[in-house]
Ligand binder design. Structure first.
Ligand code: SER
Length: 315
């Protein structure tokens, strides 16, 4: 039986990854942790309050539960990171270093998400290759890029089984993302259902890659289950499923809610960040090395998001 530790489990990814992993490996096999109590995660499996910046506490949870795989999901996202870069570096790198070190000492595999934010304005914009120029200009991207290099380093130097995915904006309907540049692609659904209108902070014409949560969850499991001999990349993998602008997303929402209106109140920080990121990623290495293939596209995602949120918001 696999014993899995999720660090930072209360966030957008963790709140769905924990139940998904528990449904596959059994509730007792997945230990969820977060810096604060999370009732929804402690009801159907083990939960511990854990400050990811405390290596002693992380090591003690790993030893106590005989953990073999650590998922480190702790991160301040891109827009909020720009408001406090020093804190973003401290939290994002501190949690990752602890996960890698505890993983090294306790012989665990370590998964950590990277991001489209690891690329910067000098990277090729369209079909951005797996291996290319990476000069991120946000503190979030600098942390992600450094994290990729560290994951690679720990694999080469210590043989640590590090694996990672460069996530695009993740669209989900359980827990809101907090402080990212791609958050508009989640918020739009809540506002469309509640108020029939949304004010978008990202310019109407900026393309960014996005991914629906069910594909994100499946990607994580498929990568972690992949034959290690086939994995050439230990820094992080590009994956992709859809790329759109706010205007394209609004038009798709309007197919279901014809009166939906989108206004723009551009946040200069989000504008600069979004324009510095790729329009779309080339995910051929993920396809070749571990069989990645997306199932969700824009139309099906929008239909499912609206149906799920209408039930949740009782509208
Ligand atoms: N969703 C993240 C952000 O916008 C990107 O990985 O910060």
């Amino acid at each position: 039986m696999k014993k899995i530790l999720i660090v930072g489990a209360g966030g957008q990814i963790g709140s769905e990854l924990v139940p998904f992993l528990r449904s596959i490996y059994g509730p007792e096999s997945v230990v969820a942790t977060d810096v604060r109590e999370c009732k929804s995660l402690s009801e159907d499996g083990p939960f511990e309050v854990l400050d990811a910046l405390n290596p002693t506490n992380m090591a003690s949870v790993v030893a106590r539960y005989h953990i073999v795989t650590i998922f480190n999901l702790v991160a301040l996202l891109s827009a909020v990171g720009e408001r406090n870069p020093q804190m973003a570096w401290g939290v994002n790198m501190g949690a990752l270093m602890n996960a890698l070190e505890v993983g090294r000492q306790h012989h665990c595999a370590v998964f950590t998400p990277s991001s489209i934010g690891a690329f910067g304005p000098t990277s090729p914009k369209d079909q951005t290759p797996q291996d290319t120029i990476m000069q991120p200009t946000t503190i979030y991207g600098i942390c992600k890029y450094t994290g990729e290099m560290l994951s690679n380093y720990y694999h080469r130097k210590y043989g640590l089984d590090t694996r990672s995915i460069r996530f695009p904006g993740i669209i989900s309907n359980k827990t809101l993302p907090g402080g990212g540049t791609t958050d508009y692609a989640v918020e739009i659904f809540y506002e469309a259902i509640r108020n029939g209108r949304y004010t978008c902070a990202v310019p109407s014409d900026v393309y960014m890659d996005m991914l629906y949560m069910p594909d994100a969850l499946r990607a994580v499991v498929e990568l972690m289950e992949a034959d290690p001999a086939k994995l050439q990349h230990r820094n992080s993998f590009n994956i992709a499923s859809m790329s759109f602008t706010p205007e394209i997303l609004a038009a798709e929402v309007r197919r279901h809610i014809p009166t939906f209106e989108m206004e723009y109140d551009i946040d200069p920080v989000k504008e600069e960040i979004s324009r510095s990121w790729p329009n779309s990623l080339d995910d051929s290495c993920a396809r070749q090395e571990w069989g990645w293939s997306p199932k969700w596209g824009l139309e099906a995602m929008v239909e499912d998001m609206l149906a799920t949120l209408r039930k949740k918001l009782q509208k």
